[in-house]
Write a protein of this length. Structure first.
Length: 150
């Protein structure tokens, strides 16, 4: 699989747009699906966030580095109301699969965190995303960006 390839039928977020996978680093999976398999397992969260117009959806596969979680999903909301909508959408997507979710920072205007065990969803404001720069903290792992394509 190469950069720009669709994640599959489970990641189309709306009729007008398909959710595609792009690699910041230009990493080629070479057909082994190592990262794809891990992140595709959580495509339902990306769908839920994209359906609510989440911006800059990014997946970070942390499974191989001894982290407390295997995957981070990062998303940006354009207002506090939008951030709440994104948190609710992610929470509901986890609960539909019987997963327990703990939410931190529910009243924060910059960063809210959903912890579902092996996956953590970070919902940022634009200001919070620019300030915390989570992608830069994990610069030694593959960062996968989900973007709408027409």
């Amino acid at each position: 699989m190469t950069p720009g390839t669709a994640l599959g039928s489970g990641c189309g977020a709306s009729a007008a747009a398909a959710l595609y996978l792009e690699f910041y680093s230009g990493f080629d999976l070479g057909g082994n699906g190592l990262y794809m398999t891990t992140l595709a397992e959580y495509s339902y969260v990306c769908d839920a966030l994209a359906d609510k117009k989440g911006q800059e959806i990014v997946g970070i596969d942390l499974g191989g580095i001894g982290s407390l979680v295997d995957v981070f999903i990062l998303v940006t909301g354009n207002s506090e109301v939008h951030m709440k909508t994104l948190v609710d959408a992610a929470r509901e997507s986890f609960e539909r699969r019987g997963r327990t979710v703990r939410i931190e920072g529910e009243n924060s205007s910059n960063w809210r965190l959903l912890d579902a065990g092996d996956i953590a969803v970070h919902v940022f404001s634009k200001k919070g995303r620019d300030f915390y720069k989570i992608e830069k903290l994990w610069g030694d792992v593959e960062i996968l960006s989900y973007e709408y394509k027409d």
